[in-house]
Each structure stands twice: as structure tokens, then as C-alpha cells.
Design a protein around this ligand. Structure first.
Ligand SMILES: [Zn+2]
Length: 327
């Protein structure tokens, strides 16, 4: 089964390894698993860790530079900026990447929104206003705040609509989510990598009411394999439990609004637990890296899902949104 993965942090790995002098990071560390898993394309995000004292401007520009160098070097993926370019890559069998932004701390300190334009000019066609932090646009899901978007954050959403960028609510707190739902006013928006609060009560997951709001906007929610969002008990956070999230989403909002945003972290140093063999800290057991994706679809088949339904979840629903929003 083809698969479109709507959320990946591979640019982080590309940047970290290139800063240490490596080249061809995607080819050497990622492409094989992606190919084995049937992944045909993805959103790779520009993400700045705001949990420490990282200089967001410097890190953002380090990422831009490293990604540019990687793009100039690679034969294994192609950056796409439109639905048509994506289709052409699919026809040619070339792995395609949309550039996204996960957390706009850097842009949110600029009241002119010129830094938001800078993401777009870099090639980004997708964005999330915050990561886990509070920034000038809004408040992350785990920030502890119940405040919604700032006035500037609301203008940023309007700017993204003008530029036909996909607006993503994953990581925002609930008040920010509802502000976006109101501003979008029926236009599609997504939650690229969030599961169901009903099955795993984590602030990064969505309530059934939030799921319905995404459906009402003809949007899509991406299933996430990060263990904390799969089950509160790490021992129970496995690929079968993630399939339960998929079924719950379908029960609540239907087959046309569920997709994949797996958020694989297999390459992040420290995630691999050498003492316990193949267990990767951080991922639901059985879905630790992109090569395991076919097992996930096999489970859905075993539970009675038809191939046409599976295709919607695997790529069709997010493709529909790319066509409608980015064009
Ligand atoms: Zn994330």
C-alpha cells in the first residue's frame, strides 16, 4: 500500500548530522526504511526545540542552510510545492517532500509577519503556529495555558490562508484549536499528528468534539505512533492500540478524515534502548520506524477494512486536502 506520512522530523536529523560534517543524510539513514515501508511522500518539518535556550533565529537558519545543502546533493527525494508537482513525482516514482513548519517561535516575534513569509519563500506550504511552547502566536497543548491565539496569531492564520498554506492544529492548546476552527470558517485544516483523547487522555490528543470540528471543515487527522499519545500505559502502547485509535476516529468522523502522521523518532539519538534489543523508546511497539507501516495496514485489513478505505487513510485523504488547499 502506498503511504503519505503527513508528519516527519527528518530535517532535524539532516541538520544535526550535517552540522557534524555528514553528507547525504537522507540517503544514508532514512531512505531504505522509507522505501521498505511503501512511503511515497511526506511532510518534513522545520522544527526548533524551544524547551531549552536555543536561539530560534540561529537554529532556523541552520536548518534552512542544511536542508538546502541536502536538497542540492540528493537524488532520492524531490521538494514539491503544488499538487501537480506531487502528482508528477508519484508518476515518476520519485519520493516527494512538502516542507512544513512545526512551531513558529522564530516568526512569532515579528509583528510584520515577514518571517512567516520567509518560511513560505523557503518553500514551506504547511505550518503549525506553536510546538509545545507559548509563543507570540499562541499556546502549546502542554503549555498549561487556556488562552487562545494572540491577535498576531490570528493574523498569521489569515496570512497562511492567503498564501494557501495548510493550517495544522497539532500541538496547539484547545483554545487555540477552536480559534483556528472559527477563523477557517469551513475551510479545511488538519491535525497532522494527534490521536484520540477518548482512548488516551493526553493534551496532545483530540477530544471527540475536536475530531468533529476537523470533519466539519473537511479536514484530516493524522495517526501518531509516539507512545505517550497511544496509551497512558507505555506497556500497552503498541501498533494494535494505534489501530484502536484509527477505528475510533472512523466511528466518530468517518473514513474521509483519517490519515497518517506517524512522527517516527527512530533516528533520534537516545531513543534506542540497547539493553532491550529492538525496542525503540518513543514509538508504539510494532511501529517503530517507516519500514513497519505495512504491518499497520495489515492489522486494519484483518479488522475488516476494504482496500479502497485503506487507500483513503494511507494517502487519499491528505492528498485531497493538498489539492484543495495548496492547489
Ligand atoms: Zn510534533
Amino acid at each position: 500500500m502506498r503511504c503519505f506520512d503527513a508528519h516527519s522530523d527528518i530535517w532535524t536529523d539532516v541538520t544535526d548530522k550535517r552540522m557534524r560534517g555528514e553528507t547525504n543524510v537522507f540517503h544514508n539513514h532514512h531512505f531504505e526504511n522509507i522505501r521498505r515501508g511503501g512511503v511515497e511522500g511526506s511532510v518534513f518539518v522545520v522544527w526548533v526545540d524551544t524547551s531549552g535556550d536555543e536561539d530560534t533565529a540561529r537554529r532556523t537558519h541552520d536548518i534552512f542552510r542544511c536542508v538546502k545543502d541536502e536538497i542540492a546533493e540528493t537524488k532520492d527525494f524531490r521538494i514539491v510545492k503544488t499538487y501537480g508537482e506531487m502528482q508528477k513525482a508519484v508518476e515518476e516514482g520519485v519520493f516527494y517532500v512538502f516542507i512544513g513548519v512545526e512551531g513558529m517561535a522564530y516568526a512569532s516575534s515579528d509583528p510584520t509577519l515577514a518571517r512567516l513569509d520567509e518560511y513560505y519563500d523557503f518553500g514551506a506550504r504547511h505550518g503549525i503556529l506553536t510546538w509545545n511552547e507559548k509563543n507570540g502566536f499562541g499556546h502549546g497543548a502542554v503549555s498549561g495555558s487556556t488562552e487562545g491565539l494572540s491577535a498576531l496569531g490570528k493574523r498569521a492564520v489569515l496570512r497562511m490562508i492567503d498564501k494557501r498554506m495548510i493550517v495544522d492544529t497539532s500541538h496547539l492548546n484547545e483554545a487555540g484549536f477552536w480559534d483556528i476552527a472559527r477563523i477557517m470558517d469551513g475551510r479545511p485544516f488538519i491535525a497532522s499528528h494527534s490521536n484520540c483523547r477518548a482512548l488516551c487522555d493526553h493534551l496532545r490528543n483530540l477530544t471527540d468534539d475536536q475530531l468533529r470540528a476537523v470533519r466539519d471543515a473537511n479536514g484530516c487527522v493524522g495517526l501518531n505512533t509516539w507512545y505517550e499519545f497511544v496509551d497512558p500505559d507505555p506497556a500497552k502502547a503498541d501498533i494494535h492500540r494505534l489501530a484502536d485509535h484509527c477505528e475510533h476516529m472512523i466511528d466518530v468522523i468517518g473514513i474521509d478524515h483519517v490519515g497518517c502522521g506517524f512522527d517516527f523518532c527512530d533516528y533520534i539519538e537516545g531513543m534506542y534502548d540497547r539493553d532491550s534489543g529492538n525496542f525503540y523508546m518513543g514509538a508504539a511497539a510494532g511501529l517503530e520506524d517507516p519500514s513497519k507501516i505495512p504491518s499497520f495496514f495489515d492489522i486494519l485489513r484483518e479488522r475488516g477494512m476494504r482496500e479502497d478505505e485503506l487507500a483513503k487513510i494511507a494517502y487519499g485523504n491528505f492528498h485531497r486536502i493538498i489539492k484543495e488547499v495548496i492547489g
